[in-house]
Design a protein around this ligand. Sequence first.
Ligand SMILES: NC(=O)c1ccc[n+]([C@@H]2O[C@H](COP(=O)([O-])OP(=O)(O)OC[C@H]3O[C@@H](n4cnc5c(N)ncnc54)[C@H](O)[C@@H]3O)[C@@H](O)[C@H]2O)c1
Length: 315
Amino acid sequence: MANYLITGVAGFIGSHLAHALVAQGHSVRGIDNLATGLQTNLDELAGKTDFRLVDVRDAAATAAACEGIDVILHQAAIPSVPRSVLDPRTSHEANTNGTFNLLEGARAAGVSRVVYAASSSAYGDQPGFPRKETMAPQPISPYAVQKLTGELYMQSYWRVYGLETVCLRYFNIFGPRQDPNSPYSGVMARFIAQMLNGETPTILGDGEQGRDFTYVDNAVQANLLAATVPAERCAGRVFNVACGERHTLNQTYSYLRELLDFPHPANHGPTRSGDVRDSLADISEARHQLGYEPAVGFREGLTRTISWYRTQPTR
Ligand SMILES: NC(=O)c1ccc[n+]([C@@H]2O[C@H](COP(=O)([O-])OP(=O)(O)OC[C@H]3O[C@@H](n4cnc5c(N)ncnc54)[C@H](O)[C@@H]3O)[C@@H](O)[C@H]2O)c1
């Protein structure tokens, strides 16, 4: 059993990681400043984790949280393209400076490995699908630049200091506990919550933009593997984490309409600056090196997600 630190533990993906690690009997410390995360995401884990209200922009507090830790799963970030377009400084401070503080804390504390929540936004809008990790990054939004900077820092800390780091480029993760309530929320959470409330969602653009939507359990699996496979297979490397399937927003909306028996077609609005047009991953590297295999497909993921949102008193 290992001592884990999860940053952004009160968030969507962080809380799923905490549940999985606790279920496996690991010791879990979690830090979060509750900027976008919710304490209630950890309700079922009360007394089972060491939760600390820590902001990763605070170098000293972040370093203290790294003490006695074997493996860090670094999820803390302001995870929104449009928010980074509106207010790049705040995102930069959390996403770039926070990641740097974490690496410095990890290095000082002698942590063995850091697994980093990187983003498919690093690929930008260049031609060539599916996206392979060997493609040169072409980030568009400030968010994409910040997340890519984190990757480069991860790789540097492996090469220069021998701190084992693994970058997982998530492609549109969705599932229970994703917050639908902010204008910056992921499209899936927002659409499901709106449709359950009888409201008609708005698709930004023509809806033909594609996404490699990935159910959260698959991202959890990738993290657990990246935390444990031998360093020679993963340290200093970047892996796509996705399902390897493209679904357009229009297709996704029709699946949701069918599953929710929702009568209305979607509204359409203007495209958003900074968004990429298309997204589809090649996941063969994660398969070969980590042993990753997406276990929950798109439709099953949608069904599970809808079932969870139905149980929520306020949406
Ligand atoms: N959800 C996706 O589709 C997706 C895709 C690519 C990458 N990612 C990355 O995955 C990670 C988790 O994203 P998520 O979808 O769970 O989002 P989330 O907003 O639910 O989780 C992020 C967590 O980080 C916390 N946080 C933010 N700033 C912080 C700070 N300064 N100090 C401490 N904690 C802070 C938030 O309060 C929140 O709990 C992020 O790093 C994000 O960039 C997510």
